[in-house]
Design a protein around this ligand. Structure first.
Ligand code: ATP
Length: 503
């Protein structure tokens, strides 16, 4: 599994999808850049989401709000007080540790220790053929590991429930020590806020403290009345947005799954009070169906209904996806009640009421939101599509079988050779089709090598121009998935590519 994940990360880099950010300066942890193919794939995912949300629903509109927002917004939303992770202070070393990081490191050390013991036992088993001794040592390691694992999973639960006393007790049970001094003398468990702070203004004393937004949703809430009044939509209606969010994540170690700078695609649906739970059920189903339509396999998704709800919600569920490291949250669907709008009314002193002409009353709408991480969705699609295939002749190929509508490059134009006018013919096809599709033109290397390169970036079609093309105006069209080649008229290319690659 770890190998599969490593292969995925190196493929993403080698083929221009994702690079570590600031790589020539050794990178920045949990920050990534999207390369030429990654940017295309990401942009296609955005379009696919935007179309399904905004274009296909006459009662949903899209906005693009600023990353910087008035600092009081984060007080109203609860992020200043509640968006925290635990920190532990060590009395002896006077150092501060993030509980989760300590936990992760400790886990890694345990694994290493267990592995060494197993190796030692295996060696002895080989030399002396003492089956009993091997089983005893191995049994001890397994028992030890299981015990630690149980404590760790209990601790994860306490962290989630923000039960800091319990976290502290469990840390003692685990006997984690300060990695530098070996001291186990913890004194305090405190909260660490996940928001990034920054300053607005030129001079230090007059500057205002701001936060980089940790979610895009608040930009929608504070614009709720602006949009409602100017779009003249009646409830129920929705506001959608795609944009960057920033979180100073404590454990950020799974490639683009958990980053410090990432993108969210969110939609807040405003409904009359009392109707929110039926809309919540409806959006849960709609969002799952949207994911299923991508064709990554129904078995790869499951709902996880939340038992413990955030302070603002009266129902919440995740759509989980089977990533290379197991089922994990991909999208959240939350019934957020009137918590946010009510809080903004209170903190801003402005009315955020809606007049319902049917009910003949003013009220604060309730909100059902759907929130999916763009980068997480990218990882889901990318990891699911990357395949190693053994072909009939025994050779192997790496293919990225992306949904064709999302593929960065829709077709590659490949003249068999440069001379005899084949290059010029290829360029003409390229220029004819470039208004409709993102394409690549390549006339170097053997045709086999060029096919493999296109397979590796997920190009659905390769178009080969040979000498016959010059007289009969047909080309060879190779399908990425079946590798079948067929002869088709140049005049049919636009229709064939469009049929396979449109949304
Ligand atoms: P998690 O429990 O994994 O930290 P969350 O419950 O905090 O996620 P939400 O606040 O509900 O996440 O955000 C909505 C979506 O945004 C998530 O479903 C996820 O796809 C995405 N997301 C959240 N945090 C990150 C991150 N650090 N990096 C990438 N995507 C993220």
């Amino acid at each position: 599994q770890e190998d599969v994940f490593k292969k995925l990360i190196s493929h993403a880099k080698e083929y221009g999808f994702i690079f570590p950010s600031s790589e020539i300066y050794d990178g920045l942890s949990a920050i990534y850049d999207y390369g030429q193919n990654g940017a295309e794939l990401k942009s296609n995912i955005k379009q696919y989401w935007w179309k399904a949300m905004v274009q296909m629903n006459e009662n949903i509109v899209g906005i693009d709000s600023a990353i910087f927002m008035h600092p009081t917004i984060w007080k109203a939303s609860g992020h200043v007080d509640a968006f925290n992770d635990p920190l532990i202070d060590n009395k002896d070393s006077k150092k501060r540790f993030r509980a989760d990081v300590l936990l992760e490191d400790y886990c890694a050390k345990l694994e290493e220790k267990a592995q060494k013991e197993i190796e030692k036992a295996a060696k002895r088993f080989g030399d002396a053929f003492d089956k009993n001794e091997f089983e005893t040592t191995n049994g001890r390691v397994i028992e030890y590991r299981e015990k630690q694992k149980t404590i760790l999973s209990r601790m994860a639960k306490s962290l989630e429930n923000e039960d800091l006393a319990d976290v502290k007790a469990l840390i003692e049970e685990l006997e984690i020590a300060d990695p530098d001094t070996g001291s186990k003398n913890w004194t305090d468990v405190r909260q660490f806020n996940l928001m990034f702070g920054t300053k607005l203004g030129a001079s230090a004393d007059s500057a205002t403290d701001l936060y980089l937004r940790p979610e895009t949703a608040q930009g929608i809430f504070v614009n709720f009345l602006n949009v409602q009044k100017t779009s003249r939509h009646k409830l129920p209606f929705g506001i959608a947005q795609i944009g960057k969010a920033f979180r100073n994540e404590i454990v950020a170690r799974q490639f683009i799954f958990r980053m410090r700078e990432f993108e969210q695609m969110e939609m807040q649906f405003f409904v009359p009070p009392g109707t929110e739970l039926s809309f919540y059920e409806e959006w849960k189903q709609k969002r799952l169906n949207w994911h299923l339509a991508l064709g990554l396999g129904a078995d790869n998704y499951k709902f996880h209904d939340h038992e413990k709800l955030a302070h603002y919600a009266n129902a919440a569920a995740d759509i989980e996806f089977k990533f290379p490291f197991g089922f994990k949250e991909l999208e959240g669907i939350h019934s957020r009640t009137d918590f946010d709008l009510k809080a903004h009314e209170k903190f801003s002193g402005r009315k955020l009421q809606y007049f319902d002409s049917e009910r003949n009353e003013n009220y604060i709408p309730y909100v059902v939101e759907t929130s999916v991480g763009l980068d997480r969705l990218f990882l889901a699609i990318f990891s699911n599509s990357l395949k190693e295939e053994v072909l009939d002749d025994g050779s192997e190929r790496t293919v990225l079988s992306l949904p064709p509508a999302l593929a960065p490059v829709k077709a590659a134009i490949l003249p068999l050779m440069k001379k005899d006018g084949l290059a010029e013919y290829g360029e003409k096809i390229f220029n004819d089709l470039k208004f409709d599709f993102n394409m690549i033109y390549e006339d170097k290397d053997s045709i086999g090598k060029r096919y493999r390169r296109q397979d590796a970036i997920g190009t659905p079609f390769c178009i080969t121009i040979d000498h016959d093309t010059l007289t009969d105006h047909t080309v060879t069209l190779r399908d990425r998935d079946t590798m079948q080649q067929e002869r088709v008229p140049v005049a049919d290319l636009r229709r064939i590519i469009d049929e396979k690659t449109n949304f």
